[in-house]
Design a protein around this ligand. Structure first.
Ligand code: MN
Length: 227
């Protein structure tokens, strides 16, 4: 039994997608006190008319068995709102951050995309999270919204990590650790990594498109695992 398990960037994409099949298998065997979803668990996520896409129902059902911490990713920014009652449920902003204790560690978790300050990235994601776009998705209904969101999200590509974003995450993590945090968790770059910093640890749980990796905390120990 782990104190906490952390996953990000699973990119579940419906019952036939290898990522979703693998994640469901993982969840069925998982024993942890807390499960942290650090963003992009779903490749696209919306609840047209209040109901999540049917393709994701098996995952949402499986997640109901866990004590969850849910962060918005750039692909599933609407997930925290759909899982009301979880930390971060009320905010889907880029860079939403949760501070909590995982095991014995004073921890901060975000999706990690806040280090991308390019105007294009910011503009697109402000638009996607706006009320007008949400209204349009609701109007399209489940099939239309699924199709539009997939056109915007692109295919389940290889997701090559961006060295610039990875190094910015290292810098941000070092800064937060110097302020007293003991564990900094960020995903988004699809670059699994457990990195010692002076006074703390940086953990990127990786992704499930390419690496199938996840992180765990037991007491003050942080580990990175592969399926
Ligand atoms: Mn992401």
């Amino acid at each position: 039994m782990f104190d906490a398990v952390v996953v990000s960037d699973v990119h579940c994409d419906g019952p036939d997608s290898p990522t979703q099949v693998a994640f469901l298998g993982f969840l069925s065997a998982l024993r942890t006190r807390k499960l942290v979803l650090a963003g992009d668990i779903f490749h696209t996520f919306w609840c047209p008319g209040g109901a999540p896409f049917p393709a994701y129902k098996p995952v949402l059902d499986a997640l109901a068995d866990f004590d969850l911490v849910v962060l918005p990713g750039n692909h599933d920014w609407a997930l925290p709102g759909a899982l009301r009652g979880t930390p971060a449920a009320d905010s889907s902003a880029i860079g939403t951050r949760v501070r909590l204790r995982l095991g014995e560690l004073d921890t901060e978790v975000s999706h990690g995309d806040e280090v991308d300050d390019s105007p294009r990235y910011r503009a697109l994601h402000r638009l996607l999270r706006g009320a007008a776009f949400g209204w349009s998705l609701d109007r399209l209904g489940a099939d239309g919204a699924w199709s539009l969101l997939h056109r915007l999200a692109g295919g389940l590509g290889d997701g090559q990590p961006s060295p610039l974003l990875v190094s910015r995450q290292h810098a941000l993590a070092a800064e937060r650790v110097s302020q007293g945090r003991q564990l900094l968790v960020m995903g988004h770059t699809h670059q699994p990594e457990r990195r010692e910093l002076p006074g703390g640890v940086f953990l990127n749980p990786g992704d499930w498109v390419r690496h199938q990796t996840w992180g765990a905390v037991e007491g003050d120990r942080v580990t990175l695992h592969r399926l």
